[in-house]
Design a protein around this ligand. Structure first.
Ligand code: 6PG
Length: 260
C-alpha cells in the first residue's frame, strides 16, 4: 500500500466559477413540504438531477431522516448505479455489520437491492486504529478525486442531517475538527461522542455541487431556525456553505414551524 501522505498538500484555492448561477457562496434555499413522504420525493428529485454527473459522487449521512429517501431509491433500478460512487459524510467507528454502522443502514435500506458494484462503495474502515482509518479514507478520497480530475467540486451531492445540538455529519459543537482547513477527513474521539466517529470535514463538505440537508419533526424546529435562518456560527451545521454550489434545507412542516 502506498505510503500515506504525512500531511495532505493544501489544495488550490477555489476559483469562483462565474458560470454557476450563484458565484461565491450560494444563499441557502429553504424548501418546506407537508410531510416526510413529500420531503423524500423532493430529495429523490435532487438525487436524480445530480446523478447525471459522470461519475456521480454522492456522500450519505446516517440517522433516520434519510431512510424514506433510501427506501425510494431501492425502487429505482433505472438510475445510473454503475456510474454512482457512494461515500459517507460520516461513519461510526464500528465493524461494517454493527447495528450503528451507516454503511449497514445504507446497504439494508437500498444499496443491497440495486445493481451497484461493490467497488463503487467507499467507506471508512471501522476497525483497527481510528486515526489510521481516517487517513486511509482521506487517501482513497484524494486518489479517486484526482483520478476524476476534481478539484473545485469533489462531490455532486452530499446528504446531511442536523442533530438537535446543531451537529452535522460527525462535526459536533466545540469540536477541534471545525477548525480544520486542509484535511478532508477527521476522527471525532472525544469521550462525549460514543462510539467514536470518522467524518468529512468542512473543507470537503463545502466542495460540493449540492449539499442537501433533510430535516423532519417538531423536535428539530428550534435548531433548524438557528442553523438555516439565523446561520448561528456556533453550530457546525450552519458552517456548511458550499463555495460554488447549492445549499438546500429541505424540511417537513413540523421541522419548519419556527422558520417564520
Ligand atoms: C449520523 C449522521 C448524523 C445525523 C444527525 C440527524 O451518522 O448519525 O450523520 O449527523 O444526520 O444526527 O439524525 P436524524 O436524521 O436521525 O435526526
Amino acid at each position: 500500500m502506498n505510503k500515506l501522505p504525512s500531511r495532505p498538500k493544501p489544495f488550490a484555492p477555489i476559483r469562483e466559477d462565474s458560470r454557476l448561477k450563484n458565484p461565491g457562496r450560494a444563499a441557502p434555499e429553504i424548501r418546506v413540504f407537508p410531510d416526510e413522504d413529500s420531503l423524500a420525493d423532493f430529495a429523490l428529485s435532487v438525487w436524480e438531477e445530480a446523478s447525471r454527473a459522470r461519475p456521480f459522487a454522492v456522500a450519505l449521512s446516517g440517522g433516520q431522516t434519510p431512510v424514506p429517501l433510501f427506501r425510494l431509491l431501492a425502487s429505482r433500478p433505472g438510475l445510473p448505479w454503475s456510474a454512482t460512487r457512494v461515500f459517507f459524510a460520516d461513519e461510526r467507528f464500528v465493524p461494517p455489520g454493527h447495528p450503528q454502522s451507516n454503511l449497514r443502514l445504507a446497504r439494508e435500506t437500498f444499496l443491497s437491492r440495486l445493481p451497484i458494484p461493490g467497488q463503487n462503495l467507499c467507506a471508512p474502515r471501522g476497525e483497527g486504529a481510528i486515526a489510521e482509518a481516517a487517513r486511509g479514507y482521506e487517501s482513497a478520497l484524494r486518489r479517486l478525486m484526482a483520478e476524476w480530475g476534481r478539484e473545485e467540486a469533489l462531490f455532486d451531492l452530499v446528504l446531511l442531517g442536523v442533530g438537535e445540538d446543531g451537529h452535522t455529519a460527525s462535526l459536533f459543537p466545540g469540536s477541534p475538527l471545525l477548525e480544520e482547513s486542509v484535511r478532508w477527513v477527521g476522527a471525532e474521539t472525544r469521550p462525549s461522542v460514543t462510539p467514536p466517529r470518522i467524518t468529512l470535514t468542512l473543507p470537503a463538505i463545502n466542495r460540493s455541487r449540492v449539499v442537501l440537508f433533510l430535516v423532519s419533526g417538531e423536535k428539530k424546529a428550534g435548531i433548524l431556525r438557528r442553523v438555516a435562518a439565523d446561520r448561528d456560527p456556533s453550530l457546525p451545521a450552519a458552517l456548511v456553505r458550499p463555495r460554488a454550489g447549492r445549499l438546500i434545507f429541505a424540511a417537513d412542516r413540523a421541522a419548519a414551524s419556527r422558520l417564520g
